[in-house]
Design a protein around this ligand. Structure first.
Ligand code: FMN
Length: 190
């Protein structure tokens, strides 16, 4: 029997990266992965120049064909019910990366990760932040050194104007997921 891979797709408040994240999510669904959307409070509740929160929620629900998990109580059963084979955080803010590195659980996304990793299943991180090579660097390093975490390859996006910024290459998300399911970090990572 060819069972579909079940993936959680968790978005956090790197709003400028949403378009690329939606495209990567569409690729996952087109390739047959059963995706369930999760959003942080900020991702689900903030209107910015990159779009309205309600439109982002609708878009996610249209792509996945499911309601967005956007409360801590709705994220809590993810582990107990073994809802996902893999959990993807794309985009992952510096804020969420710091919380994950420290074990802080106060958003639907950090709750989803905490609940999911109790089953020792893989988490994929697509980092996107202007301080990836500064204040966030130690947290990225810590996550890269933690069991069950895999990273979408990332790179500096504008070294002249934003010397500490780095973003994941969302076109590599699908391949990263397939490697992570085999417990391998896709290479090259940077
Ligand atoms: C327009 C806008 C763009 C932002 N872009 C980013 C970003 O690319 N990366 C990042 O780490 N934070 C970014 N932030 C800040 C986060 O949204 C903020 O740290 C928030 O607390 C993140 O919460 P979350 O991680 O729970 O989603 C942005 C904020 C705004 C308003």
């Amino acid at each position: 029997m060819n069972e579909r891979i079940k993936a959680g797709f968790a978005m956090t408040g790197s709003f400028c990266t949403f378009e690329k994240a939606f495209s990567a999510l569409e690729e996952l669904t087109h390739k047959g992965i059963d995706t369930t959307p999760v959003m942080s409070f900020n991702a689900a509740g903030t209107d910015t120049r990159f779009g309205k929160a309600a439109d982002h929620i609708k878009r996610l629900e249209d792509i996945c064909g499911k309601k967005v998990i956007k409360t801590i109580e709705d994220a809590e059963p993810i582990g107990p019910k073994k809802m996902f084979d893999i959990l993807i955080v794309a985009p992952c803010t510096a804020n969420t990366a710091a919380k994950l590195a420290l074990g802080i659980t106060d958003t639907p996304v950090t709750m989803a990760v905490k609940s999911h990793v109790r089953n020792q299943r893989p988490v994929v991180i697509a980092i996107s932040t202007n301080d990836a090579l500064a204040a966030c660097a130690k947290n990225i390093g810590q996550l890269q050194n933690m069991r069950n975490y895999y990273f979408v390859p990332y790179r500096q996006d504008d070294a002249d104007k934003k010397p500490f910024s780095a973003v994941a290459d969302m076109t590599k998300l699908y391949d990263t997921v397939m490697c992570a399911l085999e417990r391998r970090q896709i290479q090259p990572m940077i």
